[in-house]
Design a protein around this ligand. Structure first.
Ligand code: FAD
Length: 547
């Protein structure tokens, strides 16, 4: 408490400072002095905590700042401004470890998967002194990059090393969007961003309202974080697929790796992502409680980025502070289905994201600069377990069926099936491209995409795209490109856990975590879940030692 009070009196938080997009730099300082009613001598320093924008009026876009300020006498300044809702104490958002050990337990905690969730579970456990072992089925990120590009350039899919599997997890080749709508009362998200910055992410991710990193930087950062975990006594083993789990009397006791080596473990974090279908099956076979959960299916849509910039920012399109524009769209269709945009990648490319041979899946990525010609996003339709046979893993069967169909429609060579939006809406197959050049590699095969998804999804999308055009002028342009299929928007299952212990509903010592277990959706929320899980594991180990 003492430290907290010390911290609070150290900084004042000033919210909702509004300035025009093109304001000169000194205007911010002037606005701070004005808002606090202080003179320049009283201002010691200030930092931007958050910078967002309000683009509702395109010709007069406003930047909105939240600022942390140190003055020569914070208490006095605060008293002078008592009752003003925009001025208060800066809350303490620093991360504090729930425990620490000088002597790591003999039986080390094991983390399965080295995506954002496993990475943060491993990092926090290592920082607390627990020397975790991390098992990752894929390869280290540099080798993995070569394999991933193998599919994009040479049509060669490596089932254990691809966009989904390998060091860094599913978001490594992505837009690296780092925002989430999860509730985060303990500010774990800030810990994640702080660690990312330490590992080489641009500092602006700490304050811009919609931070992103882009692919190349992510690769370097992940290597840096791996080194950090190893330096703290953690161990990361690549090409180590967990193929079986030893459960005795409802308690996990160990793991088999690559159908051989046995590793004893009483604490296992299951952070396997949403594409580890073989592992989902194995876990289910071993009796771990698994249930079906809703997910979404659809297509990727590509427009020229300039159309999106123009629609969102009007005369301010291209402004450096605003960057490439994004969008978020939802439409409730007459047939009761919701259609929404997902994983929007401004200035990016559509990527081949399959992890199983003979299947095609799309997703999107970008570089930090977001300066590719096209904008892309998934346009997806929600489906629920009522849409398919009643079995916990039935959603996976549906995903596989749709991915196989897309493979066939693409020509069985990893091309994605594609169609122009105009043709999709007019219900005719596409035969030639228009002005928008699709970015998907290795290539697309033009066809009638309506055959790629269930009729209800196609019907809902045909209604949604013109509706979206009312919000983003040009969204329904005839030359925009659709490619299919998007099936991996989130996990089709939930590996349910107790709210308090975070252990599996029926298997002690097993901690289902991150996106694959249905407890996260995106890089940031998966990383935050990893922190929560690391804390639960550490406290349980400490408790077991005490007993
Ligand atoms: P994952 O990242 O999927 O990691 C799971 C890891 O477990 C994998 O590395 C896998 O190889 C490993 N594994 C699985 N089974 C086993 C096993 N049996 N033994 C050992 N290891 C195993 N999210 C965003 O927030 N922003 C974005 O911009 C964004 N863009 C994306 C772009 C693409 C192309 C993709 C595919 C995803 C994107 N996502 C994005 C989603 C994001 O990547 C995921 O939400 C996130 O990675 C989930 O983290 P996770 O750690 O739970 O799982």
């Amino acid at each position: 408490i003492h430290r907290y009070l010390e911290y609070c009196t150290y900084m004042l938080r000033l919210t909702d400072i509004q300035l025009p997009l093109d304001h000169p730099e000194p205007a911010l300082k002037a606005a701070i002095l004005h808002a606090l009613g202080i003179n320049e001598q009283e201002l010691v320093s200030f930092t931007i905590f958050r910078r967002g924008y309000d683009a509702r009026k395109k010709s007069a876009i406003i930047l909105t700042y939240t600022i942390d300020v140190e003055t020569t006498n914070n208490e006095k300044v605060l008293a002078r401004n008592a009752g003003k809702p925009r001025i208060g104490l800066t809350p303490d958002t620093s991360y504090r470890f729930v425990t620490h050990t000088e002597q790591a337990p003999e039986q080390r905690p094991v983390v399965i998967g080295f995506g954002p969730c496993g990475l943060f579970a491993g990092l926090i456990l290592a920082q607390m002194g627990f020397r975790p072992i991390i098992l990752e089925r894929g390869k280290a990120v540099r080798e993995r990059t070569k394999d991933t590009w193998g599919l994009w350039r040479k049509r060669e899919l490596e089932p254990e090393s691809n966009v989904q599997f390998g060091e860094g997890g599913a978001g490594t080749f992505s837009d690296g969007k780092l925002y989430s709508q999860i509730k985060d009362p303990k500010h774990y998200g800030r810990k994640v961003l702080t660690e990312f910055v330490k590992a080489g992410a641009p500092e602006e991710i700490m304050y811009v309202s919609k931070p992103h990193i882009g692919t190349f930087r992510l690769v370097k950062m992940i290597e840096e974080m791996r080194t950090n975990i190893e330096a703290l006594g953690g161990e990361i083993r690549f090409q180590q697929k967990v193929t079986d789990i030893d459960i005795q009397d409802g308690q996990v006791r160990g793991l088999h790796v690559n159908d051989g080596e046995y590793i004893k473990a009483d604490h296992v974090v299951l952070a396997i992502g949403h594409s580890a279908r073989d592992t989902f099956n194995m876990v289910h076979q071993r009796g771990v409680y698994v249930e079906a959960k809703p997910f979404s299916i659809g297509f990727r849509i590509e427009h020229p980025q300039s159309i999106i910039d123009q629609a969102r920012f009007g005369p301010n399109a291209g402004n450096e502070i605003l960057g490439a524009a994004d969008y978020k769209l939802v439409h409730h269709a007459k047939n009761g289905r919701s259609v929404y945009s997902f994983c929007m990648c401004p200035g990016g490319t559509v990527v081949a994201a399959a992890s199983e041979p003979g299947r095609v899946v799309t997703n999107g990525m970008s570089q930090y600069s977001r300066n590719e010609r096209n904008a892309n996003s998934a346009i997806v339709v929600g489906i629920t377990p009522e849409d398919y046979p009643e079995h916990p893993l039935a959603g996976i069967d549906l995903q596989r069926k749709l991915e196989e169909l897309a493979y066939e429609m693409g020509g069985k060579n990893y091309n994605a099936p594609g169609q122009l939006v105009g043709d999709f809406l007019a219900k005719r197959a596409s035969t030639e491209l228009g002005d928008v050049i699709p970015s998907y590699k290795p290539g697309i095969t033009l066809c009638d995409l309506a055959a790629a998804l269930p009729a209800f999804a196609v019907e809902a999308m045909r209604e949604a795209i013109p509706a979206f055009d009312k919000q983003i002028k040009g969204f329904a342009m005839k030359d925009a490109i659709l490619t299919g299929v998007e099936t991996r928007t989130s996990s089709p299952i939930r590996i349910k856990r107790h709210d308090d212990t975070l252990q599996s509903l029926n298997t002690k010592g097993l901690y289902p975590a991150g996106e694959g277990a249905g407890y996260a959706g995106g890089i940031l929320s998966a990383a935050v879940d990893g922190i929560k899980i690391a804390e639960a594991v550490a406290l349980d180990i400490q408790q077991a030692i005490k007993n």
